[in-house]
Design a protein around this ligand. Sequence first.
Ligand code: NDP
Length: 524
Amino acid sequence: MAAKSQPNVPKAKSGDSVTNDRTASQGQWGRAWEVDWFSLGSIIFLLLCRTFIVYYFIMACDQYSCALTGPVVDIATGRARLSDIWAKTPPITRKAAQLYTLWVTFQVLLYTSLPDFCHKFLPGYVGGIQEGAVTPAGVVNKYQINGLQAWLLTHLLWFANAHLLSWFSPTIIFDNWIPLLWCANILGYAVSTFAMVKGYFFPTSARDCKFTGNFFYNYMMGVEFNPRIGKWFDFKLFFNGRPGIVAWTLINLSFAAKQRELHGHVTNAMVLVNVLQAIYVIDFFWNETWYLKTIDICHDHFGWYLGWGDCVWLPYLYTLQCFYSQKRTLRQGVSEAELRFDPRPPGPRAHTPVLSLGKAPLDPFPLVPQGLYLVYHPVQLSTPHAVGVLLLGLVGYYIFRVANHQKDLFRRTDGRCLIWGKKPKVIECSYTSADGQRHHSKLLVSGFWGVARHFNYVGDLMGSLAYCLACGGGHLLPYFYIIYMAILLTHRCLRDEHRCASKYGRDWERYTAAVPYRLLPGIF
Ligand code: NDP
């Protein structure tokens, strides 16, 4: 099936943008105009399943000590019914709703009311007002880049609270984890629905809207390209960076605090995941201007995929490792105080510390939910294992950062730079925006961009694998992240290539001839 596009695109509004203002027709190299049966089926499947997947993972940790097969086995063998599992799931609470509202409001205020001052004193950091890429309709949006400042102030407040103010417990996020999940879902669905309605009735830039004529596709993949409220509140930049990515490091810190509260110390696995993911997050905010030129901002429209994904999927599933490394089991009717850890020092392969209830040992990975709640279950890695994970994470980060930097530098200087100490090889290319204007661009064929067409994704995948390996080999659950990232980035690679082929035509073919592999030379 191919649903036809709707011609009744609303009139454009002038925002704080530089536009090539001639006609309201659309470019052909943006998001898909037509929806085939496969895309539609995938969209409906994802809409139905993604919310359930998040619930399943978090519930499996909460009630089954992170054993992913636990709920299925129990239901299949009649030991539990869906209604039993649901009845044990903590509901939304007033406290969680207040916390979440406060959190999002605080991030909105930091985003909209505090112009960037970090770029005034941090050498090398690019913040303040910056321009995005040319959109398919020929618009160049301006952005207030102040994510690093928001991250720093939020974390400063977090540490001030933990060490001086004591306004709230550092374990607050962990302690309200499932009630907060419902709040995040409410925001995710509300913002996606609002964005859809806005796209139809009061879009920011009508010429960059896309209507496929299929409701589900429009809802999932978005109608508006860069929805905004007022001059600076950009939905894509806000929701992807904050509350999602600022929250990422806070969630990890809260999990570490919980580990210390319950066990008296923080394990090396928890430290590793916190450090490696913090590097990734700080890198994101340090390079927020670079982020304006990535696919999220340059290609994806703002719909449920980004809106709900940023509010729910990212904070809940990207932090599974930390959640996993401190999952707890607690028998119903037994208080935490009655549970204690076996005091034996962990051996070199001590991934499964023994829990004990009085003198009776508890199975740390039970498949049967004998009314379990969470109890602390740390992973302590041997030194060679920890060093290996650290090295893999750092090498992955190095490739990720250098590859992204090479492209950014190349584009910023229009090729007048050195890549690996040499003048870069270039493919000159051109494309047409919806207003009929011809633009010129360049593709880099040197450095990591000469090794494979998306070698930056390989670095990202190595880092992702390192987070998972930090959790040892006891369970599949923490490896969800690398499986998901492999699928996400392979799919992203294919859709980006499709977009670039439509945008650059023959010039893109010259690039694929010069650099034949997408991710791994000789393999893919
Ligand atoms: P890229 O940064 O690879 O950007 C792709 C775009 O770069 C293309 O559309 C094209 O845009 C341009 N381009 C492609 N090849 C060349 C070349 N040889 N020379 C110059 N420009 C080129 O993709 P993403 O935006 O997907 O990813 C950015 C980073 O973010 C990656 O490192 C990725 O791993 C990471 N990421 C992480 C995610 C996570 O959830 N953790 C999710 C998604 C991404 P143009 O139209 O300008 O030519």
